[in-house]
Design a protein around this ligand. Sequence first.
Ligand SMILES: Nc1ncnc2c1ncn2[C@@H]1O[C@H](COP(=O)(O)OP(=O)(O)O)[C@@H](O)[C@H]1O
Ligand SMILES: [Mg+2]
Length: 238
Amino acid sequence: MIGPASSPLVSTRSLRHTWPGSSAALVLGDLELAPGERLFLGGPSGSGKSTVLGLLSGVLAPTDGDVRILGMSFASMAARARDRFRANHLGYIFQQFNLLPFLTPVENVLLGCAWSAERSRRAGATRSLMTSEATRLLGALGLGQRTWSHARTGELSVGQQQRVAAARALIGGPELLLADEPTSALDAASRDAFLTLLLDECARHGTGVVFVSHDLALARHFDRGVTLDGDPRDSRES
Ligand SMILES: Nc1ncnc2c1ncn2[C@@H]1O[C@H](COP(=O)(O)OP(=O)(O)O)[C@@H](O)[C@H]1O
Ligand SMILES: [Mg+2]
């Protein structure tokens, strides 16, 4: 299903997106990430960071240009194949986490494998091994053992929910993690500590990262940084 082993993790060509009704364009152009590479994508609010993650995950179709993940172009896939590809190869941490509040943390983490035979297999294949991997991940990301299988996720603090969301995105070792400002609710010390744990866990599975934040101080944790300039409404069309 994926392209040749030598394919870049991410490659975009002449990528450009315009929202309907807007004359401004988000221009990302050509971007290439090697397997396991970690990219920081910065820029102020409204500069198009979430839009870029939508394009890289194939949720949004670009106005112009092409996105390839592991050598596969979203444009060449039917909707169902795109969903399957995303479930198998991409982990996503949403800014608002999108966790199911009435489930336990472990149940939420296991959802990361629910639509992917590939990630289920890599997480251990049986329910009990996958549960062990979920608890290992929650522990590695700094969530205390007391909360793993008892608390309702909706009752946890923002910082705890963030760890659950990260574990759900990482279970089964997806090749690419897309993270949309997951640390914006934390103070600086917790932010750096969490980011260190998150990136250690990515390194364990060779997971590449595109991490979005308006906080440029976080860029030093990453291999490389790209900054979107400002409100795309102000940028000239090319
Ligand atoms: N669904 C949408 N429809 C129309 N315009 C949108 C939509 N989503 C975002 N935009 C516009 O695109 C620009 C970039 O938004 P976004 O990608 O959310 O930026 P960021 O994540 O950097 O804050 C903003 O001007 C925003 O208003
Ligand atoms: Mg955003």
